[in-house]
Structures are given as C-alpha cells and as structure tokens.
Design a protein around this ligand. Structure first.
Ligand code: ATP
Length: 456
C-alpha cells in the first residue's frame, strides 16, 4: 500500500463511528474529540490489555484510581506549578497565531534546540520572544474565584500514585520491587494544534510507578523498556514501525535521570507513544518534604530503611489506539474490488464476530440471531441483516472484525455455517455446535500482522 495519510484514518474513524470531532454541531473545539461506539470498544480493549499485562499476569503490581483534582500543594511539590511549561511565541505578522517555539524550531531548523531565526509557520511573519506558558488547566473549588481556592486538573496521573505510596504500602503488604498502576484522564492546555487524537487537551494515560531499591533502578529501567516494547509487538504492532529512543541530557524532564521513549512511525513521522523514565527518588522525596510525611520503605526484619527509586512506564491510551489503527489500516484489491480492512489484533478488535444471514428469509435471520445470541455471551458480536452480504462484509472489514459467520441455505439443512477470516479471506464450513470453541481457540492464539514485512 502507498504512504498512509493521517486524514485517511481520520476519515475512517468518522465514517465508521470510532471518533468524532467534539462539539461538532458548534463548529468543533480545538484538539478535542469524542469517541463513538467502536472507538469506546477499541479503547476499552487497549486499556484491558494494559491492565492484563500489569495486574493479571503478575503479582508485584497493584491498581489505583486517584482523584483528578488534588490538593494544589501536590503540584507545588511535583514541580509542575513552576516547571511544567512550554515556550510560547506569537506571530507578530499578519495571522497573530501562537506556536510552541521548540516545535517551530524543529520544523524550520531540524532540531528543537537549534539556534537561528524562526518564522511563523502559517504566514511567515516575525515571531515574538518566547514566554513560558504553564500547561495545567486551572479551576476554582467553591464559589469564590480567588487564589486561595485555585486548584488544577491533573496533567498526569503519576502524582496521584506517589501521594498514595504510604497507603498502598500499608494495605498491600508489598515490598520493593513493586508497582502501582493507574489509568485515568489527564489534562494539558496544549498550544500546538494536534495531529488528530495524538495530542489533545484531555486524554487518558496508563501509568505505572515501579518502586525499587536504589541500586536496582538501572536494571529495572532496562527490564521495563523490554516489557513495554513486547506489549506493543504482541498486540500486533509491526516491530519495524517501533523504536526506543533515549533522551539526550538537554531533553530530560526535571525529575528524570534517564528516559527512553517508545516511538511509533506515524504518518507524520516518528512520534512518542510512551515514555519510560527513571525518576530516581525525586517524587517521594519532594512529597515527603512538602507534606511532612515519611515516604520510605522500612524492612520489618532488618530495620533497614530507604527511599525507593522509581521506574515509570507512562503511556497514552489515545496515542496507543491511534498507533494500533494506523498499523492495522490496509487496502487491497480482491477480485477486482477495492477493500479497506483494519487488520487489528483480534484481542483489540471492537467486534470479534459478525453473524450474517445470507438472505433475509427462509428462517435464516432467526437462525443467525440465535447463533449471535449464543456467541455474544463469550465475545463482542454483531448481528447484521442490512444490505448485500458483500456490503456487510466490507463494513465489518473496515471496523476490523476478524471473523464472519454466514448462515445460508445449507445451514437450514445441516446446521453448518461458513466461517470467514478477515485477513486470509478463507471460508471454512463448520458445525454450529463447534463455533464457540473454535472462535475462543482462535482468539487465544498468538497473532502477527499479515502486513509484516510489507511496505508501510
Ligand atoms: P509530548 O512530548 O508528546 O508532549 P510528554 O513527553 O510530555 O509528551 P509524558 O508527560 O511523558 O508526555 O506523558 C506520557 C504519555 O502520555 C505520552 O507518551 C503520551 O502517550 C501521553 N500524552 C501526553 N500528552 C498528551 C496529549 N496532549 N494528548 C494525548 N496523549 C498525551
């Protein structure tokens, strides 16, 4: 397939009800999107797979769901109030638009730190001196809008984890190395116009803080980089579209001694999916200092105490979802007709199986409905009678449904159906009584993308 454009994915997402521009009937709202039916199902599957990898398949991580609006002191201690800023420049020419200075430098000079003159990307006008702009959304708690009542929408979920370190340590009976995982919404007043759901004002994060003895931090950082790369590839992302990139000294956040980003080759170029940072003891020490609480681990046997160091894999749900959609998108010609297909890992596919009567008579719809009602107990299924069989398959291909079951004339005679595979287009005849087991077996199998090795 030729070079994929982001607009192609945006159009498919809209056409098939995955993602809509938010507030659309009012002309939209910058960098904000709403998720429709299939979008919700796909997003839930991404999150479920993350929980599975973090919680279900290991016993050294526990779950947390902390508040979005916390005591504002949290953001003082974390450094976000003073340091969570982007450099903002404004066009002094015709369009007066605002831009992130680092992004303009990167685009115009090839590197976000490059020296030299830059211009407005829209109208070529002169740009103002940069001004630091805090990305946190502010709000007020209670009826009075003054400094004393000012609070913030969290710009990351991680701090909710650090401030619960003591609670979790007490109830979970875990000792380092152990982790706390959380999925939730975060909010950032991003200035740069985004690339679809890649950069939005509100987004979901999947963050896990892994607390380790200080001497083991380097080793755990390496292990988490491997683990996280594996998660994406096991869910079908082609390895050649993924890379790990270590941050240079000048790129590191205020809290980090080492960070590597997992990047995906999106249509707009290599871009961050997830950051894996060694945060040292920065956060626990800061919160201990600001709160007055001791945030450390004390070994009940030896009496040894230490402030654990933290390794953090921090991923974006929406970005992961976009990468899965981009990686899955395919077009091909089948018997002279163009077909668009989302080759999603079956575990991620919003609908696992579509049950379709070949014709809308002779008892076929009733039979298909019966099969559908049985299968939906096991997995997400759809029953569809609308339009020609070819049209119905094309619809399912576009939303990435891996299997289609067709009820036809023969079904009414011998209780067999055809089972169609989305990727190979293979059709096999199978007894209705064996369908549930066969589909469950296929769903549990390892899966690799048929696009592997083909051109992006
Ligand atoms: P970027 O450099 O792209 O702004 P970041 O390095 O600031 O991202 P982190 O603070 O490391 O991002 O957040 C962890 C993850 O959260 C990111 O890797 C990304 O997947 C996701 N994320 C961050 N900001 C946004 C956003 N505005 N929209 C969507 N996802 C985001």
């Amino acid at each position: 397939m030729s070079e994929l454009k982001l607009e192609t994915i945006v159009a498919l997402a809209k056409r098939r009800g995955f993602i809509f521009p938010a507030s659309e009937i009012y002309g939209g709202f910058a960098n904000t999107y709403d998720y429709g039916h299939y979008g919700v199902l796909l997003k839930n599957n991404v999150k479920n797979e993350w929980w599975r990898a973090m919680i279900q398949e290991r016993d050294d991580i526990v779950a947390l769901d902390s508040a979005i609006i916390q005591n504002p002191r949290v953001w003082e201690a974390s450094g976000h109030l003073a340091g969570f800023t982007d450099p903002l420049v404004q066009c002094l020419g015709e369009c007066k638009k605002r831009w992130r200075e680092d992004k303009v430098r990167e685009e115009e000079l090839g590197d976000e730190h490059a020296e030299g003159e830059i211009h407005c990307p829209e109208c070529g006008g002169e740009l103002s001196e940069p001004r630091q702009f805090n990305l946190m959304f502010e709000t007020y708690v209670g009826p009075v809008h003054d400094e004393d009542n000012r609070a913030f929408l969290r710009p990351e979920t991680a701090q909710g984890i650090f401030i619960n370190f003591k609670n979790v340590l007490q109830f979970s009976r875990k000792k380092p190395p152990f982790g706390i995982a959380q999925i939730g919404k975060s909010f950032r007043n991003e200035i740069t116009p985004g690339n679809f759901i890649f950069r939005t004002l509100e987004f979901e994060q999947m963050e896990m803080e892994f607390f380790v003895p200080p001497a083991d931090a380097g080793e755990w950082h390496d292990r988490w980089m491997d683990e996280r790369m594996r998660w994406y590839t096991e869910l079908g992302i082609r390895p050649e579209q993924l890379r790990l990139r270590a941050h240079g000294e000048d790129e590191l956040s205020h809290y980090s001694s080492a960070t590597s980003d997992i990047e995906y080759l999106f249509p707009m170029g290599w871009s961050e999916l997830e950051g894996i940072a060694n945060r040292g003891d920065f956060d626990l020490s800061q919160h201990a200092k600001f709160s007055g609480e001791k945030l450390e681990y004390v070994d009940s046997g030896s009496g040894d105490r230490f402030v654990p160091h933290v390794i953090e894999p921090a991923a974006g749900v929406d970005r992961a979802m976009l990468s899965f959609m981009v990686d899955a998108y395919d077009e091909e010609e089948v018997e002279g007709r163009q077909r668009t297909v989302l080759r999603l890992h079956p575990k991620l596919a919003p609908i696992k199986v579509a049950v379709l009567p070949l014709v809308n008579k002779d008892g076929q719809p009733e039979k298909a409905r019966e099969i559908y009602e049985e299968l939906r107990e096991l997995m997400t299924a759809e029953y569809d009678t609308g339009g020609s069989i070819g049209k119905r398959y094309r619809r399912q291909d576009e939303i990435g449904t891996p299997w289609g079951v067709t009820v036809d004339h023969q079904t009414m005679e011998d209780d067999t159906v055809t089972l169609r595979d989305r990727d190979s287009l293979e059709q096999s005849r199978i007894a209705i009584g064996e369908l549930a087991d066969e589909l469950s077996r296929r769903l549990a199998e390892p899966w690799t993308s048929p696009k592997l090795g083909a051109a992006a």
